[in-house]
Design a protein around this ligand. Structure first.
Ligand SMILES: [Zn+2]
Length: 211
């Protein structure tokens, strides 16, 4: 953990955070640390784009730096293919994670979820099937709308968490997990090695440290 301390703010960068590997104890330590820094009158900022960083608002986090250099955007939006192209990945708000488009579509259908109502998706896509077909027809032109969907969705999530108290954020995250865990495990397009444990781990860490 590297901390650069200025007069009244600091920027926190935790190396190697990975929602597939990082355990609850690490998230608890980060939460405690952010809270201690904030309680000491220093504004902490966090270089971590994931939703966990968003939830740290409740520990006193001032801002999460997200963008092309940090986490989500750079590493997670595209996945290399054997043909040398890039597979598009869609940010699934309920999972707080990216999935490949066919996996997204299958999951959202299994969960019986309506099409995303963000301003980008509602302009571009009629349905989940439409999203899947558009990717098949033209996988290059799908990149821009799904990147914009990610940005507007994350912006909305950040504003929502800022307007909620801790209990509401925890309850919503638990509800999303409870609603999606079965469809997630049932979806054929999602690799069995891909796990969704990170959601309860984040919530438990935040709840243990802040409640
Ligand atoms: Zn959308």
């Amino acid at each position: 953990m590297l901390v650069e301390t200025g007069v009244d703010q600091c920027f926190i960068w935790v190396e190697g955070l990975d929602k597939r590997d990082t355990g609850q104890d690490t998230y608890e330590k980060i939460t405690r640390f952010v809270k201690a820094v904030s309680d000491a009158g220093i504004d902490p900022h966090f270089y971590y784009a994931d939703y966990f960083g968003t939830m740290l608002h409740h520990a006193g986090l001032s801002g999460v730096t997200y963008g092309t250099m940090w986490g989500e955007e750079g590493e997670e939006t595209v996945e290399g293919t054997s043909g040398g192209g890039a597979l598009s990945r869609y940010y699934v708000p309920q999972m707080k994670d990216f999935l490949k488009i066919p996996a997204t579509v299958e999951l959202q259908q299994l969960a019986d979820a309506p099409m995303c109502d963000c301003r980008v998706c509602s302009n571009q896509f009629d349905s989940w099937i439409d999203l899947a077909e558009r990717e098949e027809d033209d996988d290059e032109n799908i990149q821009t709308p799904i990147k914009k969907h990610h940005l507007v969705t994350r912006y909305k999530q950040i504003r929502e968490v800022e307007d909620q108290d801790l209990g509401e954020t925890i309850d919503e995250c638990r509800e999303d997990f409870n609603e999606y865990v079965s469809p997630f495990n049932a979806a054929n397009q999602i690799s069995p090695s891909k796990k969704v444990d990170y959601l309860p781990i984040w919530v438990n860490a935040i709840e243990n440290e802040l409640n």
